[in-house]
Design a protein around this ligand. Structure first.
Ligand code: G16
Length: 542
């Protein structure tokens, strides 16, 4: 039976960079998840009788919301729901399932790299029929709807058994509980030379993958250990846990310190990698070298033709504005398109659909291609392995040769987390106001050449997205960028992105923070970070 339940709106359901993210207790308020899910459905047209994909990263509250979403999909007229066994689907796997089975769209339950547990983070996002995150016009409509919603529809059938693969007709809708790994693993086998990677591993190449007790565990076990023959134990923390074992499932140098230290040690494996809560981010570390996400994007784009899925070359590269310009140099040399978008994977969707970009990436540890419409952590790891297997060189050799050919973009991001929201907004507003006066100003030996508030003009649908980050460019091509994160759940996070291009190979071995020291000081001064936030130093440096 379908019930229509009266509800009252919440004022805080504005989707951020990647869907709605809040603390679990906020999501547990009466009708909170239901309101948001109904607001999604109310913002869509033409889904009657169609298929909806539902899955999540297994974090605390995942199963509860999956049951609600299934019952609401049935009540709202979807004809079919495909849901991952155990409620599990990594974000890239969900994107693939939507595309492969031509679903109308999908609901992904995740707060990505944010911690999980009864008092930690939860999230809901909607992906459209191309498999990618809903564009701004849909997320804006969802938010508008959430502000006035007064009822939602839900079917009252009993909870679905998510722990066995089955297909049933329930309340007039087909519910298909599917293997979350099979289709995704098959796609990876199509794109990459598994034979070459298996051969490399059989010759003693050692890889270590940390699944961070999150969603990629089952995928990585199947792909690296079973299909590629890596020894048992190559995949660590492979059991997805509702609280990620009490850690932040964020594959950066702070939260993967153990792996980093091991990779810098004498007996390091040849290759170390990790992925995040929902499997779309990646961390790449070679023996003795950390590869920044911006460099990784450039190197993957420059070598993608070595993998069968990209053997005909790539049409273009897209990167988010704060990501370093390393990939631009690859695009320039190859004579292919280069696109600069705002932060948020949703901005790549149109470029991928139009065939303008093949490979996309972000400084925030995301890389992916046109095989799905999300960034894809395991895809990035497999493309690296494919390149290593074909070139027969070490990560450090490949990276240093890349720098020698294209120059090195020294790059770092400084995050100030949990800053008072008003203080953070004030800092950005003050910077915005100061923009016209900055060109020509000197900070030590640095002179500002240009400063603006980045606006994106989508070349495909012609939409315009304003206020996407404050850019300060210096003479000689260095830059700093300031923006507030759209994914945090506590106060505000100020992100400062710092970049310097160095063409001279004799200057490619400087420690990154040292290479950027004058820019870091200038950034602190220009934004008056200490005065406005009270912070002497960033919380996280990546
Ligand atoms: C999300 C988005 C990414 C974005 C990242 C950081 O990633 O999909 O496009 O780069 O957030 O965004 P912000 O700087 O606003 O915090 P994820 O992995 O959290 O879904």
């Amino acid at each position: 039976m379908i019930k229509t339940v009266s509800t009252t709106p919440y004022a805080d359901q504005k989707p951020g960079t990647s869907g709605l993210r809040k603390k679990v207790p906020e999501f547990q308020r009466p009708n909170y998840a239901e309101n948001f899910i109904q607001s999604i459905f109310d913002s869509l047209e033409g889904y009657q009788g169609k298929c909806l994909v539902i899955g999540g990263d297994g974090r605390y509250y995942n199963r509860d919301v999956i049951q609600k979403a299934i019952k609401m999909a049935a009540a709202n007229g979807f004809g079919k729901v495909m849901v991952g066994k155990g409620g599990i689907l990594s974000t890239p796997a969900a994107s693939h399932i939507i595309r492969k089975y031509k679903a109308f769209g999908g609901i992904i339950l995740s707060a990505s790299h944010n911690p999980g547990g009864p008092t930690e983070d939860f999230g809901i996002k909607y992906n459209i029929g191309n498999g990618g995150p809903a564009p701004e016009k849909i997320t804006d409509a969802i938010y508008e709807r959430s502000k006035v919603i007064d009822s939602y529809k839900i079917s009252d059938f009993p909870d679905i058994n998510l722990d066995r693969i089955a297909r049933e007709d329930i309340g007039g809708m087909i519910v298909s509980v599917i293997d979350p790994v099979e289709d995704y693993a098959a796609l990876m086998e199509e794109l990459f030379d598994f034979g070459a990677i298996r051969n490399l591993i059989s010759l003693g190449f050692r890889l270590c993958f940390d699944a961070m007790s999150a969603v990629t565990g089952p995928y990585a076990k199947e792909i690296f250990e079973i299909r590629l023959g890596a020894p048992d134990g190559s995949v660590r923390n492979f059991l997805p846990l509702p609280d990620f074992g009490g850690h932040h499932p964020d594959p950066n140098l702070v939260h993967c310190k153990e792996l980093y230290d091991e990779m810098m040690g004498d007996d390091a494996p040849d290759f170390g990698a990790a992925s995040d809560g929902d499997g779309d981010r990646n961390l790449i570390i070679g023996k003795g070298i950390y590869v920044t996400p911006s460099d990784s994007l450039a190197i993957l784009a420059a070598n993608a033709n070595l993998a069968p899925g990209y053997s005909h070359g790539i049409a273009g590269i897209a990167r988010s504005m704060p990501t370093s310009g390393a990939a631009d140099r690859v695009a320039e040399k190859r004579g292919i398109g280069m696109y600069e978008t705002p932060t948020g994977w949703k901005f790549f969707g149109n470029l991928l659909d139009a065939g303008m970009a093949t490979i996309c990436g972000e400084e925030s540890s995301g890389t992916g291609s046109n095989h799905v419409r999300e960034k894809d952590g395991l895809w990035a790891v497999l493309l690296w392995l494919n390149i290593l297997a074909v070139r027969g060189e070490s990560v450090v050799d490949i990276v240093t040769q890349h720098w020698a050919t294209y120059g090195r973009n020294y790059y770092s991001r400084h995050d100030y987390e949990g800053v008072d929201t008003d203080a953070a907004n004030g800092l950005i507003a003050a910077l915005r106001e100061k923009l016209p006066t900055l060109p020509g100003t000197k900070y030590g030996d640095l002179t500002v050449s240009a400063a603006d508030d980045f606006a994106y003009h989508d070349p495909v649908d012609k939409s315009v997205s304003q206020h996407q980050g404050i850019r300060i460019l210096f003479e000689g091509g260095s830059r700093v960028v300031f923006r507030l994160s759209g994914t945090g759940t506590t106060g505000a996070t100020l992100r400062v992105y710092i970049e310097r291009y160095e063409p001279d190979p004799t200057r490619h071995n400087i420690e990154t923070q040292e290479a950027l020291a004058d820019l870091i000081t200038a950034a602190q001064e220009i934004a008056d970070i200490k005065g406005r936030t009270g912070r002497d130093a960033p919380t996280v440096i990546t």
